[in-house]
Design a protein around this ligand. Structure first.
Ligand code: FAD
Length: 450
């Protein structure tokens, strides 16, 4: 295994369930300090909702060694893969980079993704953080707890990691500015829905600068002191980067593994690397098939990494499993604002060649009279001729975002809005208006396509 997190260790544990140690020796190289950890939990750890890093580790190296007979080599970075000699070359980072060679019959490449880091962010100045690994989270928390304690945070990038980190900083009592180059934050939803997110973020006490490009950093005494934008300079004693990720494929490409049009590794349904016998790949480094557009896409999410690793492990263990593809479902929250999305955005539907209509409805998460009823916007993107659902987005509060799952299931099963409008969804005043927002949106889409 190259990589000891979600994809790699899911593969390891599934393979072990089917083949015992006498039959299959498993060695896992992980360059960091942790195995099977939840990077997704970092914003909540930083924000103080999670007390201890151990809570973010679902299985530690000792558990893998003792219960799963996996030879976990922490702080070992794989630096070369020789497919002809069936061998990996790793460096032991805690022992001066000592070289270690290990042979393999089957290789699982699960090296994840790497954060996008523009030139201006490659600095030695203290106080600038990415949030990719638990080690990154620990370094950031040390800085927040340090002396002098930072007061002004600038988060660069308004995607889901950026907004989650902005919330964490607010919870720590910092004054937070979020800078986003696009006109609206949350580019995983259409700009009209992103505008709702921006308006809500401003109401949370966040200073949101959208449509603004960062050009550099200012430093003082080796520490970051400001973020320079095309629109002026923002004081900052901590800068958090949330500029997205790209697949970590450098090592794979060097070894000759095929890279697809999305920039990630090409795999088949069973997570075998295409045209590369005995080599598997899973997680944030591979591309997946989008079930709506039919195209290969790079969607780096933990939910896929776990499933793909599982599929690889079952197959390595002698079973049979396939990964069914993705529809791009994702949810996030910042303070009490929630955002959900599935399927294609308008620009993605157009790029895939669909003729479509888009409708938006305003509703509430509960019956309007029930205490705690909050506004909720649902948007549907629907193929014009067939009425098939192509995409959906939700912005709202109080468990609004998880309603996206109903729409994701409809989309997965290629349902039309006609079929959706009659769905038997649960109703009681504390949970929904009598006409659930999903049903109202489907009815509006039917009108629009007629
Ligand atoms: C802050 C944050 C919040 C997130 N929130 C969500 C969320 O809410 N929902 C969701 O679905 N997803 C979320 N994600 C994404 C999710 O964490 C990733 O999709 C998931 O971790 C991918 O798992 P992976 O095993 O493919 O890769 P990774 O988790 O990146 O693991 C790859 C591992 O490989 C190791 N490695 C890399 N190269 C080498 C090498 N050469 N040698 C040895 N080891 C190597 C790395 O150290 C790393 O531990 C979030 C991510 C972050 C950073």
């Amino acid at each position: 295994m190259v990589g000891g997190d979600a994809a790699g260790m899911s593969a390891a544990s599934q393979a072990r369930r089917r083949r015992d140690a006498a039959d299959l020796e498993i060695v896992a190289f992980e360059r960091g300090h942790f195995t099977s950890y939840s990077a997704c939990g970092i914003p909540y750890w930083v924000g103080g909702l999670v007390d201890d890093v151990d809570q973010l580790v679902s299985r530690d190296p000792a558990t893998f060694r003792e219960k799963f007979d996996v030879d976990v080599r922490l702080r070992h970075e794989v630096v070369g893969i020789d497919l002809d000699r069936r061998e990996v070359l790793a460096r032991d980072l805690d022992n001066g980079g000592r070289e270690v060679r290990e042979s393999f019959d089957q290789l699982v490449y699960a090296a994840g993704a790497v954060p996008v880091t523009p030139e201006w962010a490659r600095t030695d100045a203290a106080g600038v953080f990415g949030v990719q690994t638990l080690d990154d989270g620990a370094a950031l928390i040390d800085w927040l707890d340090g002396d002098p304690a930072p007061r002004n945070a600038v988060v660069v990038g308004g995607g889901y990691i950026g907004v989650e980190m902005a919330e964490a900083m607010i919870q720590r009592g910092l004054s937070v500015t979020l800078v986003e180059r696009s006109p609206e934050p949350m580019s995983t939803v259409d700009p009209d829905m992103g505008a709702l997110v921006r308006e809500a973020l401003c109401g949370l006490g966040l200073d949101v600068r959208s449509g603004v490009t960062v050009t550099g950093l200012e430093t003082r005494d080796g520490r970051v002191s400001a973020v320079v934008t095309e629109d002026g300079t923002l004081p900052a004693d901590i800068v958090v980067l949330g500029l997205g990720v790209r697949p970590n494929t450098a090592l794979a490409a060097e070894a000759g593994l095929p890279i697809g049009p999305s920039g990630a590794i090409r795999v088949d349904l069973r997570m075998r690397v295409v045209d590369t016998p005995g080599v598997w790949a899973a997680g944030d480094c591979v591309e997946s098939v989008h079930r709506v557009s039919g195209q290969p896409v790079f969607v780096p999410l933990g939910t896929h990494a776990n499933k793909q690793g599982r599929v690889a492990g079952i197959n390595i263990g002698g079973g049979y499993a396939t990964f069914a593809g993705v529809v791009g479902t994702a949810v996030t929250k910042v303070c009490d604002l929630e955002v959900g999305r599935t399927g294609l955005r308008e620009d993605e539907a157009a790029a895939a060649g669909f003729e479509f209509v888009a409708v938006r409805v305003e509703s509430t998460n509960r019956a309007g009279y029930y205490p705690g009823a909050k506004p909720m916007t649902v948007k549907l993107i629907v193929e014009r001729r067939s009425g098939r659902l192509l995409g959906a987005q939700i912005v709202g509060r109080s468990e609004a975002a998880k309603r996206i799952d109903v729409l994701a299931v409809a989309l997965w099963n290629r349902m039309t809005v006609d079929e959706m409008a009659g769905l038997d969804l649960g109703y009681a005043p504390p949970y929904a208006p009598v006409w659930d927002p999903v049903l109202v949106a489907a009815r509006k889409a039917i009108d629009a396509i007629r």
